[in-house]
Ligand binder design. Structure first.
Ligand SMILES: O=c1ccn([C@@H]2O[C@H](COP(=O)(O)OP(=O)(O)O[C@H]3O[C@H](CO)[C@@H](O)[C@H](O)[C@H]3O)[C@@H](O)[C@H]2O)c(=O)[nH]1
Ligand SMILES: [Mn+2]
Length: 812
């Protein structure tokens, strides 16, 4: 790419690196401004041999300083020569105000702990005092984790328009794209098919693209829909490319209101109408097929689906489309896979599906890069592959970009996020972790290097003996061969010239449900088993080997998916996440172990610790909330009284923290309403879904419970318009603790009202705040029809609440 580097350049580059190495930040800036062209643009110069470069990189990482953009042995150049322009840049965000406020909050939290210890003997309520100390220690610890994670804010910017100036399209590495679906009802086929269409139509040479659809539902409907979709894709993809359509998922492109613009050419208008009709036909076909069982006659194409049960059937692999000539203008390879399932073998949910996809594609196309997507995550930006290539080509050192993650964003987000599940508040955490070892793997929208997924360590050339490959990858000869190829060669060299159809038998073998026995799939290679958030666990393992990761945030957003739109499905998802994240702490890949034994950075480990402790923290939140009511009911107290000077400590934390979060929200243009919703749902979810997750994981550790991956509903719920964003409840026990704590708080408040002189002011205020947070539940208790919390739930919660109140009375 950077061919015309002269010796003088090289020398200069060394000088700079030496300079960075010796003098660091401020002086360097001066030097750059003085010596280099005024347009101080830097390019990533690839001189791995340069020892100064290496040292300087390490230094920059350690300090996470502003000279971050020099991390790759940088060199200042003139903007005129675009060959030398960087393909991506790290942008460091200034963060001083936030840091100051965070430190203030931290010092208040620490003061509170000190207050508890110093005044321990001077008050008469030892029991609440100790509990409070415990909870507050936990909150302080959490705050330290959050602060450490958010401390260095940065993001990256990619320049796709520069890519083709420095890299020839023929040098692009091939990419295997994986889409997973598991249930044709919860995940309507039309949504999955739109994801497929958007991917087939991206701006990328199609002979370097292969698409694999994994169907854990073993549904003939999905297979049928895929066949029909590929027929449509033959006209849709050329249309998108010819007119440079921006949104290439037809269901988002053809909204009922959309029409071509008047000043579009006549030809375009005609083709547009034709395309809209064709998509309409496809939609109707799939809709029609979904309403009745698909006949799977023994001698039809659907024979493989004859009499299958989704959890007990042989492997089905079908090649729907094959680009035989390897032409960049044909459709990519499209392959349908439904892996073997049997009740005797654990299938490991999505992680299992991903490993089958990895192996099947390893045998069939063996592309060095893999992109994986949930079935609802369509490519919203047709240039996403180009953005990914910018990252790929600018990080020549694999260690620096173990995987390339695009953020999870949603197209159907309800206004102001009433259920608090759209992850908008992750903005600062995501930017913070980018400033450490790199973003978490989020399960979808991520480009992985096959080599890294195969368990390689940074910079290690194939150390494994070829004879040992079967112990790692299993006894498929084809897979061993292809894995050896990946592990030994440099990434972009591998060209996918294979024809999938010649490897069907080998592929069926590696998709079998007993294939993994005695191999390292799920423990050392592939997607990791042992947690329902296999994504975070897998990313953690990669970071643990010393890789960094990068986040790429193009505009418009790269991929968009469905966020749950009902309260119950949002709850299911939150519960599954909290469970899976907590499970991670109890695996042999827990962040603490990986820092001690592996190469996980210390602060990265703190970030993982924050993430995996959601459920534990919720337990402490629940205790704290119960403590409030306990104190009011029994007339004791654990917060300082208003007339005590120490009152400013909790008061200060409460006010400053809430204002701080509100300020953060306003800075990224989120509404006041959104802030309130997220802060209130933070409390509600902690005391419902997360508490439930905590209990489930504890039970699992004692072998008393099983954890399953419950798939979330995609697409619009069937309900009518006016339920949108409103709380509709089912009989699931998840919300029982939430309702119980609300009832307890109400009881406490009422009993406190009658004895205002006796009870603490702080406790009363907090109780009122709690009730405001649970306002929706309060409406649910008195609501009507589907907006009412089921009576059985209220009874259960009532019994719990009564029990608690009686306990309080007895202990007081
Ligand atoms: O047995 C299974 C279960 C699920 N899936 C697929 O897994 C994906 C994610 O499932 P979903 O119900 O959408 O879960 P979410 O909570 O929305 O997913 C987020 O959280 C998951 C667990 O952390 C990650 O795997 C996902 O990538 C991430 O988007 C979907 O494509 C499913 O089809 C399977 O293939 N097989
Ligand atoms: Mn999802």
């Amino acid at each position: 790419m950077l061919t015309n580097i002269t010796n003088r350049d090289k020398k200069r580059e060394r000088t700079i690196c030496l300079y960075i190495f010796c003098y660091h930040k401020r002086k360097l800036k001066k030097y750059v401004n003085k010596q280099m062209s005024t347009s101080t643009t830097f390019c990533t110069l690839l001189q791995p041999s340069c020892i100064f470069a290496k040292n300087c990189r390490n230094l920059c990482y350690k300090r996470s300083c502003n000279c971050y953009s020099f991390s790759y042995c940088m060199m200042a150049i003139n903007t005129q020569n675009s060959t030398f322009l960087p393909l991506q840049e790290k942008v460091v965000h200034k963060n001083t105000t936030a840091r100051v406020i965070e430190l203030v909050i931290l010092s208040l939290l620490v003061s509170l702990l000190i207050y508890r210890i110093v005044y321990f003997n001077d008050q008469g309520h030892y029991f609440p005092w100790i509990l409070a100390l415990l909870c507050e220690s936990m909150f302080t610890f959490t705050w330290i984790l959050v602060m450490s994670t958010k401390w260095n804010q940065c993001s990256t910017k990619t320049y796709p328009e520069r890519l083709l100036n420095s890299v020839n399209e023929s040098e692009f590495p091939a990419v295997d794209v994986f889409v997973t679906t598991a249930d044709a009802i919860l995940e309507p086929a039309i949504i999955t098919m739109n994801t497929v269409l958007s991917l087939l139509a991206v701006d990328f040479p199609s002979n370097k693209l292969s698409l694999y659809l994994s169907d854990d539902g073993c549904s003939p409907l999905t297979y049928y829909s895929l066949i029909e979709t590929i027929k449509f894709a033959k006209v849709w993809v050329p249309f998108c490319k010819k007119y440079n359509v921006q949104v290439r998922a037809p269901f988002r492109y053809f909204t009922p209101e959309s029409t071509p613009l008047k000043d579009d050419s006549l030809e375009f208008q005609q083709e547009w109408k034709k395309m809209k009709n064709e998509y309409g036909d496809l939609y109707k076909k799939i809709e029609f097929a979904s309403q009745r069982p698909i006949p799977c006659d023994r001698n039809s194409d659907f024979a493989d689906f004859y009499n299958v049960h989704r959890s007990d059937h042989p492997t089905i692999i079908k090649i729907i489309s094959e680009n035989k000539e390897g032409s960049p203008n044909d459709l990519p390879h499209v392959i349908y896979i439904s892996r073997e399932k049997s009740s005797k073998h654990h299938h490991h949910y999505k992680a299992g599906a991903m490993n089958v996809l990895t192996r099947v594609s390893g045998v069939m196309t063996n592309s060095p890069l893999m992109l994986n997507l949930d079935c609802d995550m369509y490519a919203n930006n047709p240039q996403v592959f180009i953005h990914a290539m910018c990252m790929f080509f600018s990080f020549k050192n694999e260690e620096d970009a173990g995987f390339i993650q695009f953020p999870q964003a949603f197209y159907n987000g309800l206004k102001d996020d009433p259920f608090g599940n759209q992850l908008a508040n992750f903005y600062y955490l995501a930017n913070g972790i980018s400033g450490i070892q790199g973003t978490f793997y989020a399960g979808s929208n991520c480009f992985h290097r096959r080599k890294v997924i195969y368990g390689s360590y940074p910079n290690d050339k194939l150390k494994t003996d070829k004879k040992d490959l079967h112990k790692i990858f299993g006894n498929s000869f084809e897979l061993q061969e292809s894995a050896a190829e990946i592990l030994s060669s440099s990434n972009s060299k591998i060209e996918s010239q294979r024809r999938p159809s010649s490897f069907i038998e080998a592929a069926i073998r590696v998709a079998g449900c007993s294939y993994e026995y005695g191999t390292m799939w799920g423990t050392q290679v592939g997607w990791m088993y042992g947690s329902t958030t296999e994504d975070v666990l897998t990313g953690l393992t990669i970071h643990g080997r010393g890789y960094r990761s990068v986040i790429c945030t193009p505009d418009p957003p790269a991929f968009l998916g469905c966020a749950p739109t009902t309260y119950t499905s949002a709850n299911t998802q939150q519960k599954r996440w909290a469970m899976g994240l907590l499970e991670i702490l109890f695996t042999d890949k827990s962040p603490i172990l990986l820092t001690i034994k592996g190469n996980l950075w210390f602060r990265q480990s703190l970030a993982y610790l924050w993430l995996s402790s959601w459920a534990i923290r919720s337990f402490f939140e629940l205790i704290y909330a119960a403590l409030l009511s306990y104190c009011i009911i029994t007339g004791s107290h654990f917060l300082p009284k208003v007339n005590e000077p120490a009152f400013v400590i909790p008061g200060g934390i409460f006010v400053i923290y809430n204002l701080y979060v509100l300020w953060e929200f306003r800075r990224i243009n989120l509404s006041f309403r959104m802030w309130w919703n997220l802060q209130r749902m933070g409390r509600v979810t902690a005391m419902t879904a997360y508490t439930f997750a905590f209990v489930t994981v504890v039970l699992k550790l004692f072998g008393l419970s099983n954890i399953v991956f419950e798939v979330t509903q995609k697409g619009e719920s069937n309900d009518d318009e006016d339920t949108s964003g409103r709380f509709v409840y089912d009989t699931s026990p998840v919300i029982v603790p939430g309702v119980a704590i609300l009832l307890v708080s109400l009881t406490a408040l009422v009993s406190g009202m009658s004895r205002l002189g006796e009870v603490g002011f702080g406790e009363m205020v907090c109780s009122v705040w709690m009730i405001l947070c649970f306002w929706e539940y309060l409406k649910g208790i008195f609501g009507n029809g589907k907006y009412r919390i089921p009576t059985s739930t209220i009874w259960k919660a009532g019994a719990l609440a009564l029990f608690f109140v009686q306990l309080c009375r007895r202990w007081s």
